[in-house]
Design a protein around this ligand. Structure first.
Ligand SMILES: *Cc1c(COP(=O)(O)O)cnc(C)c1O
Length: 364
């Protein structure tokens, strides 16, 4: 059986170093906001080609703290993809702003820049592109639209560690970039974690204050902050995992190129990669008109797959009060109906890759 994602095998590659990191933190006697977080922040900022990184508790709070730091709240509108994981929308809702969903381009699954301007109103404050499945949204088109209308760009990069756009790593193209280190992400902690990266010093400073009760100096609280900190322990684990990220991404890229070559001509829609994008291949997503049946048949051949995602945010009960009926965002709905994700973990062997290809060839 090839599991969709073999997280244990990914951790076991670095087991000795992870245990050493755990012991280092345990023995240090210092567990929250110390040297490990400081060092991880510098190392991850450098990796992302960004000037600043601030560790926070998770990806959702990275997004909501970014919005708070830009003073986006009640009465404001934020343009979000209709096709995304619900956390993108939740962050906007949590700060009291309103989500304005925009449909994706079906080939790339990412927000369609050609539809953004129509969604802008006098209340719009920001565009929140998501680099879905590890492939950059079209920042080359989105950033000029934002500049023209004086909007902020907050990137949801929870799936895009190591991805590039126009030859530059995701990390500081927009005003703020939000990251998740949930265990299943390409850079995953052994628990929850998140961060923001930015080139804007004042935003990094504001988020540093907001994540720690709105306090810069202990027991002096300058604003209504949160407790949203990255643990020392998770930061220490992430420093170990970061050492392996380039190699892991390279392996994901190899597998993706083999899949793309070997599955071309099969009756499935394969991922499309624009010339300016270098994906991190968090997920390898295909579309098939009889998706649920294909998943069963693949499972029968020992190949695990998953759906990212089965229900679009506008059709979730949580957003029922926005009043969107089925058919409101037809491209997103087709995507959610037809997509499935094939295994693409960095520890997959060549024979497992072949087995996935053979299974798709015989089942699709
Ligand atoms: C995982 C994810 C998040 C949320 O990250 P958490 O760390 O789980 O809070 C946000 N957006 C996208 C696109 C994600 O995939």
């Amino acid at each position: 059986m090839i599991p969709f994602l073999d997280l244990k095998s990914i951790q076991m590659k670095q087991r000795t170093d992870l245990v050493a990191a755990m012991e280092r933190v345990l023995d240090s006697g210092w567990y929250v906001l110390g040297q490990e977080v400081e060092r991880f922040q510098s190392e991850y900022a450098a990796y992302c080609e960004a000037d600043h990184c601030v560790g926070v508790a998770n990806g959702l709070e990275a997004l909501s703290l970014a919005l708070r730091a830009l003073d986006i709240g009640p009465g404001d509108e934020v343009i979000v993809p209709s096709n995304t994981y619900i956390a993108t929308w939740l962050a906007v809702t949590h700060v009291g702003a309103r989500c304005i969903p925009v449909e994706p381009i079906i080939e790339t699954y990412n927000i369609d820049p050609a539809l953004i301007e129509k969604a802008i109103t006098p209340s719009t404050r920001a565009i929140m592109p998501v680099h879905l499945y590890g492939q950059a949204a079209d920042l080359g088109a989105i950033l000029p639209i934002a500049r023209k209308h004086s909007l902020y760009v907050i990137e949801d990069a929870a799936q895009a560690h190591g991805a590039s756009c126009n030859g530059k790593k995701i990390g500081a193209h927009g005003d703020v970039v939000a990251w998740s280190f949930y265990p299943g992400k390409n850079l995953g902690a052994i628990g929850d974690g998140g961060a923001i990266t930015t080139n804007r010093a004042e935003l990094a400073e504001r988020i540093t204050v907001l994540r720690n009760y709105g306090s810069q100096k202990k027991y002096h609280n300058m604003e209504i902050g949160y407790n949203s900190r990255l643990d020392e322990l998770q930061a220490a684990f992430l420093r170990v995992k970061l050492e392996q990220l380039e190699a892991d991404t390279a392996r994901r890229r190899d597998i993706a190129s083999i899949y793309l070559e070997q599955m071309s001509g099969l009756p499935v829609a394969l991922p499309t990669v624009p010339a300016w994008a270098e994906p991190a291949w968090h997920l390898f997503v295909i579309r098939h008109e009889n998706r649920d049946n294909l998943i069963k048949k693949l499972a029968g051949k020992g190949v695990g797959s998953m759906i990212h995602y089965p229900i679009p945010p506008h059709m979730q009960l949580a957003y029922a009060e926005m009043g969107y009926a089925s058919g409101s965002f037809p491209i997103s709905e087709v995507i959610h109906r037809d997509v499935l994700s094939l295994p693409i973990g960095p520890t997959m062997s060549a024979s497992q890759v072949d087995q996935v290809i053979d299974a798709v060839r015989s089942c699709a």
